[in-house]
Design a protein around this ligand. Structure first.
Ligand SMILES: *Cc1c(COP(=O)(O)O)cnc(C)c1O
Length: 415
C-alpha cells in the first residue's frame, strides 16, 4: 500500500493539531443560489434552515441577478461551455476582449488583462514586471494572495505599518536607489473594512518616483460615487499604475480577476505572467455574465446607492444598540467582541435565530480582536437588517455587552 499507516498518521496528527487549536474550518453547505436569504445545512446532517446571509461578498446583489443569469445562458449558447485552452493558444474569444475593454473603461485605465482569479493576477503580476534591482513596499495588512505574489518575485521586499504614511515615506527614502519602487496596498481592507489613504499614497509615489499597486477586490463596483473603487473615493482615478481586482465579489461573484493599468505593464503580463500563460481561460458563461454586470453598474448607481443606504442604517443601528463596531464607511462592518469564544458563542446564537454571520479570531485577526464580521449587500432589504438587528440585540443582552466598553468586555470575558 502506497499510503502506509505511518504516512497517514503524520497528516492525521497535523489535522488533530488544527482541531486542538480550535481553528479547524468546517464548510457550511448552502442549498440555494447566493442571495440575502439562503438555505443552509449546518452542521452537516442537521437539516436545512432558512437564514439571512450577512457574510457574502455579494455587495451589489448581482450574484443571482436574473439579467446576469440570462446573459450567462446566452454566453453558454453562443460561445459554448469550455475553451480547453489557455488564453494565448486558442482560449481568447471576442467576448474575452470585450470584457477586458469594459473593465478598462470602467476602471479608467489604459488596458486590462483577465486572469482565472485575482489570486492568480496577484501571483503573476509582480514576477512579470519586476527584477532583483527593484523594491516592493507593501502595507502590512495586504491580502494573502499579494503576499504570495511577492514571494514568487525576485525583487526586494519591505513593508510599512498599516496605513502609516510616515512609515511609508521612511521606507521610500530608504529604498530610493532601487530601479523601480512599487507601493503595494489593498483598497478596502477585508478584516477591518477600512480604506487605504490612496490620495496620500499617490502623493508620496509622485514625490519619490514610485509606482502604485492597488488591489481593489473589496471595493470595485461600489466604493466611490459611481463604484469605480477606492481610486474614485480618493479622487486619484488614472493615477494608479497597477490595479488588480476580482470578478468573484461585487462584480457578479462567479470567478475571474484582472490586472488593469499602464499598457506596457499589461502587455508584459500577456508575455510573462505565469497564471495567464499556464492556467485555463475564464469560461464563456462567466465572461458573458461579467459583461452584463459591467453594463448594469455602468448604466446606473442604483445598486451601490442602496448598498450605501443599507450600510449607513446597519452601522447606525448597531452603534445605537450599544455594540462596538469598527468605524468606517464600507459595507464590511466588524462587530467587536475581543474574546474568541464569545465571538463563536454569539455567532452560534445568531445562527439559531436565522442570522448567518461568522466569528473571526486569532490567527485570522490579531489576538484580543475577535469579532463577528458582517457584510452588507444591495440584496438586503431593511426588514432583513431589522431582523438581524433583533438577533444581535438579543445576543447582546444575553451576554450583557450592550453599552459596555472594550475594557469591560475584556474584564468579563478575557481577550
Ligand atoms: C478576495 C480577494 C482576492 C482573491 O480574489 P479571487 O478572484 O477570489 O482569487 C484577492 N485580493 C483581495 C484583496 C481579495 O479580497
Amino acid at each position: 500500500m502506497a499510503f502506509q499507516d505511518n504516512i497517514r498518521d503524520i497528516f492525521k496528527k497535523e489535522l488533530n493539531g488544527i482541531r486542538d487549536d480550535g481553528i479547524f474550518k468546517a464548510e457550511r453547505i448552502i442549498c440555494a443560489p447566493q442571495s440575502s436569504e439562503i438555505e443552509v445545512e449546518f452542521p452537516a446532517g442537521s437539516g436545512k434552515k432558512n437564514v439571512i446571509n450577512m457574510c457574502a461578498n455579494n455587495y451589489l446583489g448581482l450574484s443571482s441577478h436574473p439579467d446576469v443569469i440570462k446573459a450567462a445562458h446566452q454566453g453558454l449558447d453562443h460561445r459554448g461551455y469550455g475553451m480547453s485552452s489557455v488564453r494565448f493558444i486558442c482560449g481568447t474569444q471576442d467576448i474575452h476582449k470585450e470584457l477586458e475593454g469594459k473593465l478598462t473603461k470602467f476602471l479608467g485605465t489604459e488596458d486590462t488583462i483577465l486572469f482565472p482569479s485575482c489570486m492568480d493576477a496577484n501571483a503573476g503580476v509582480f514576477e512579470a514586471i519586476l527584477s532583483d534591482e527593484d523594491i516592493m513596499i507593501a502595507d502590512r495588512l495586504v491580502h494573502a494572495s499579494i503576499v504570495d505574489g511577492m514571494r514568487l518575485c525576485k525583487a526586494q521586499r519591505d513593508t510599512y505599518k498599516h496605513s502609516n504614511m510616515v512609515h511609508l515615506e521612511e521606507k521610500l527614502k530608504l529604498h530610493q536607489k532601487a530601479r523601480l519602487k512599487v507601493i503595494i496596498t489593498d483598497g478596502s481592507f477585508s478584516m477591518d473594512g477600512d480604506l487605504a489613504k490612496l490620495d496620500k499614497i499617490v502623493e508620496l509615489a509622485e514625490k519619490y518616483g514610485a509606482m502604485v499597486f492597488l488591489d481593489d477586490s473589496h471595493a470595485s463596483g461600489f466604493i466611490g460615487k459611481t463604484g469605480r473603487g477606492t481610486q474614485e473615493y480618493c479622487d486619484v482615478v488614472g493615477k494608479i499604475d497597477i490595479i488588480t481586482t476580482t470578478l468573484g465579489k461585487a462584480l457578479g461573484g462567479a470567478s475571474g480577476g484582472c490586472v488593469s493599468g499602464r499598457k506596457e505593464i499589461v502587455e508584459l503580463c500577456r508575455q510573462k505572467a505565469r497564471p495567464y500563460l499556464f492556467s485555463n481561460t475564464i469560461p464563456p458563461v462567466v465572461v458573458s455574465g461579467a459583461i452584463k454586470v459591467l453594463d448594469i453598474i455602468s448604466k446606473t448607481t442604483e445598486r451601490r446607492d442602496k448598498l450605501e443606504k443599507n450600510t449607513i442604517f446597519w452601522r447606525k443601528s448597531l452603534t445605537e444598540a450599544g455594540f462596538i463596531i469598527k468605524d468606517g464607511e464600507t459595507p464590511i462592518v466588524p462587530v467587536m467582541l475581543f474574546n474568541a469564544k464569545l465571538s463563536q458563542d454569539i455567532a452560534k446564537d445568531l445562527y439559531d435565530d436565522g442570522i448567518y454571520a461568522v466569528g473571526f479570531f486569532f490567527p485570522v485577526v490579531p489576538k484580543g480582536q475577535a469579532r463577528i464580521r458582517t457584510q452588507l449587500s444591495a440584496a438586503h432589504d431593511i426588514f432583513h437588517l431589522e431582523k438581524a438587528l433583533d438577533a444581535f440585540v438579543k445576543a447582546g443582552k444575553k451576554y450583557d455587552i450592550l453599552g459596555k466598553s472594550k475594557k469591560e468586555i475584556i474584564e468579563r470575558y478575557g481577550d
